[in-house]
Ligand binder design. Structure first.
Ligand code: SF4
Ligand code: MG
Length: 332
């Protein structure tokens, strides 16, 4: 099956005081139609920058795609004009973010904002748009949708606002939904409801999802395949079950070890010692995790591990595995 989205060798640079630093460094992956791909890692690992690159929503004058190809539904979209990209965003690729309050406009009603999305992409009468909006709110489990359409974002709870965001994101039945920390701002019970809703709309619409999260619990519940990112690079990729039963990368092992017991809602990743190196302090050679890795070896700061298949369907970038060693370094 041809991938719906294919990202090849993506490099996204941020300009800081006149120098370029790669926030996303040579990232390649693909998403099949209907697949749910999890992207995990601490904040600052490049997850959001990666998704903003796909959507061409990088901050102007600061972030730019330096290299690579983004192929969506058979078309190379990384060089699309803003106008052309506008047509894809919202229609073919939907998005939801962590804090719905910042993506919803506080001065317009929920109904107005939903109708606007619909009018942007379809020819509908006012009345049709209104009916469709109510239907969408119903689909995302909002009670009394005919009343909620006339309310303003601040009148809703965080969970309800996130449901509205999902309604807006699926309004045009996109083939791909990018959800960046969609449940992070919500309490645990509401988180579970929103994830359930996402799975529900995913299967009903046969939509692919890229689910970006720092929370491995979220991934285990919802994803087919997982990418683990560290400091702008993919360090491990495999199907979700294998990630939990046979993690290969020391970073993944730590992430899994840091998953709290049931019902503990602590910020799990804070418990791994150290921090992700900042962009301007990124080591040029060697493994970017070396400074925090409990299994680091002397050579880890000298040889850059390559992401490569270790066992079937399981890729890792770590020098503990022969497959990650650059070819030319293999001495016979
Ligand atoms: Fe740790 Fe070395 Fe593997 Fe990096 S390459 S994760 S430092 S063992
Ligand atoms: Mg982020």
């Amino acid at each position: 099956q041809a991938p719906l989205l294919e990202v090849r060798g993506l490099e996204t640079a941020f300009t800081i005081e006149g120098s370029d630093y790669n926030a996303v460094d040579n990232v390649s992956f693909s998403v099949k139609p209907g697949q749910v791909l999890g992207v995990v890692g601490e904040s600052g690992c490049g997850k959001s920058v990666m998704s903003l690159s796909i959507m061409q929503l990088l901050p102007k004058g600061i972030g730019k795609i330096k290299n690579g190809e983004i192929i969506f539904d058979g078309d190379e979209i990384q060089n699309y004009s803003p106008k052309r990209m506008n047509k894809i965003r919202g229609k073919d690729i939907g998005m939801i973010f962590q804090e719905p309050m910042t993506s919803l406009n506080p001065v317009f009603t929920i109904g107005f904002q939903l109708e606007e999305v619909l009018h942007n992409h379809f020819k509908l009468t006012k009345r049709e748009a209104r009916e469709k909006s109510v239907a969408l709110l119903t689909a995302v489990g909002i009670p009394r949708p005919d009343k909620i359409v006339d309310e303003y974002p601040h009148q809703l709870s965080g969970g309800m606002r996130q449901r509205v965001m999902i309604a807006m994101a699926i309004a045009c039945q996109p083939k791909l939904l990018i959800a960046d920390e969609p449940t992070t701002a919500l309490d645990v019970t509401v988180q579970a409801q929103i994830l359930e809703l996402l799975q529900d709309v995913q299967s009903k619409n046969d939509m692919a999802i890229i689910l970006i999260t720092h929370d491995l619990g979220v991934v285990s519940e919802s994803c087919d395949e997982v990418i683990v990112m560290y400091a702008g690079k993919i360090v491990e990729r495999t199907e979700v079950r294998k990630l939990f039963t046979e993690p290969l990368h020391p970073y993944t092992e730590l992430l899994i070890g840091a998953v709290p017991k049931m019902n503990e809602s602590i910020e799990v990743l804070d418990s791994i010692e150290g921090i992700v190196p900042s962009l301007s302090n990124m080591p040029k050679v060697g493994c970017r995790f070396a400074g925090r890795c409990p299994k680091a070896m002397a050579e880890c700061t000298e040889i850059t591990p390559q992401l490569a298949e270790n066992t079937e369907g399981h890729e890792v970038a770590c020098l503990l595995y022969e497959t990650s060693r650059p070819q030319e370094r293999v001495v016979r």
